[in-house]
Design a protein around this ligand. Structure first.
Ligand SMILES: CCCC/C=C/CC(=O)SCCNC(=O)CCNC(=O)[C@H](O)C(C)(C)COP(=O)(O)OP(=O)(O)OC[C@H]1O[C@@H](n2cnc3c(N)ncnc32)[C@H](O)[C@@H]1OP(=O)(O)O
Length: 358
């Protein structure tokens, strides 16, 4: 059945009522279909390379070619109705009370003296959004004060985490790319500082492939247990980026400068066994037994005298903390500049256009 002008207007009103941001990809599709339905094919000049947002919008609209206005209107109505019918948006993450589970892109649970923070965006391979960085910091703040002995980070689905959500870079504020780069650098520095200063043992249960920042911060963890399906990938150079999470310091210290260079400069992806041999991973488990073996072990660790555990950790960590803060500051400044580079802009556009399924 063809969508009428009334259906189209009703879909436009419906979009305004959505409580949850549908994400940049959906917004781009809606934008393109709206423009095509109301103005016809795109005949605007192509925006400059660094004007990421307008360039992405232009690409999405232009990709519709000579699609008739009526078909665009119909596709818009169909898209809105399919999205409106989809499941209710999850609630935002919050630090949980004992045993409580919060839904959303981040799930925080606290049970048996273990606080677990789970990346919960499996459809996006658990890519970390700006909100998730903030929610992780809130969760760490709460976990540092609760009665847990250990804090665990893990992922839901086939990935542990695909790193920074690359669409973070498309939402340019009024101050332009410079302001975006500055606020990202502040956010990143604060985020990594939370891991440097966290007072209790941090454990990663790496259930699948890990990319980018989810790999680099592992150098700040006490234990890293990985599935034999996990891989460890830091593709910074291809993205026009440079290392973060203090990895420029922790990785060479842990695996030697040359192995660290292979990962951090040349983007070599490590298997779980290789990462274990390099000291990044504590132990590798068959995927089928990972959960059972790891959680049994962690529960046993929580029975250890908690003050002794904290004291041992503090004496192991305190000496390097100041250095780590300095490294973090330096890495964030380098990244602030990288984010403004054409190399980085092209890489993000490449990723976005790969995904433009309009
Ligand atoms: C402000 C602080 C900044 C800190 C900076 C940190 C630096 C980094 O973390 S750099 C690393 C950034 N991450 C990446 O480069 C990974 C990009 N993703 C991929 O290469 C691939 O998606 C994958 C290898 C992880 C998985 O490939 P696969 O073919 O199996 O699945 P896809 O169809 O590509 O992905 C499914 C779905 O997930 C979306 N997605 C995956 N990763 C990201 C991401 N990092 N950012 C945003 N979205 C991501 C992907 O677009 C797909 O979505 P759709 O199904 O809607 O198309």
């Amino acid at each position: 059945m063809r969508a009428s002008q009334k259906d189209f207007e009703s879909a436009l009103r419906q979009v305004k009522l959505w409580k949850k941001d549908p994400g940049n990809e959906v917004k781009l599709k809606l934008y393109a279909l709206y423009k095509q339905a109301t103005e016809g094919p795109c005949n605007l000049p192509k925006p400059g390379m660094m004007d990421l947002v307008n360039k992405a919008k232009w690409d999405a609209w232009s990709a519709l070619g000579s699609l008739p206005k009526e078909t665009a209107r119909e596709n818009y109505v169909d898209l809105v109705s399919s999205l409106s019918a989809a499941s209710e948006p999850p609630s935002p993450a919050k630090p949980a009370a004992d045993g409580e589970q919060a839904g959303g892109d981040l799930v925080v649970t606290s049970e048996n003296h273990i606080t677990t923070i789970t990346f919960n965006r499996p459809a996006k391979k658990n890519a970390i959004t700006t909100q998730m960085y903030r929610d992780i910091m809130l969760a760490l703040q709460a976990a540092s004060k609760d009665d847990s002995v250990l804090t665990v980070l893990t992922g839901n689905g086939d990935y542990y985490c695909s790193g920074n959500d690359l669409t973070n870079f498309t939402d340019i504020p009024p101050g332009g790319p410079e302001e975006k780069a500055r606020t990202n650098a502040v956010l990143l520095r604060e985020f990594v500082d939370y891991f440097i200063d966290f007072p209790k043992p941090l454990v990663a249960v790496v259930n699948g492939p890990a990319v980018g920042i989810s790999v680099t911060i592992l150098g700040l963890f006490d234990l890293v247990y990985a599935s034999d399906r996990a891989t460890f990938h830091t593709p910074f150079s291809p993205l026009g980026l440079s290392p973060e999470g203090c990895s420029s310091y922790t990785f060479p210290k842990m695996m030697g400068p040359s192995k660290a260079a292979e990962m951090l400069i040349f983007g070599r992806k490590l298997t779980a066994q290789e990462a274990c041999a390099q000291g990044l991973v504590t132990e590798v488990f068959p995927d089928s037994t990972l959960q059972k073996e790891v959680w049994t072990r962690l529960r046993a660790y929580t029975k250890l005298p908690p003050n002794a555990v904290r004291t041992s950790r503090e004496v192991m960590r305190s000496k390097g903390r100041e250095r780590l803060h300095a490294v973090n500051a330096e890495e964030c400044e380098a990244l602030r500049q990288r984010w403004l580079s054409e190399e980085c802009a092209s890489a993000v556009l490449r990723f976005m256009s790969r995904k433009a399924k309009l």
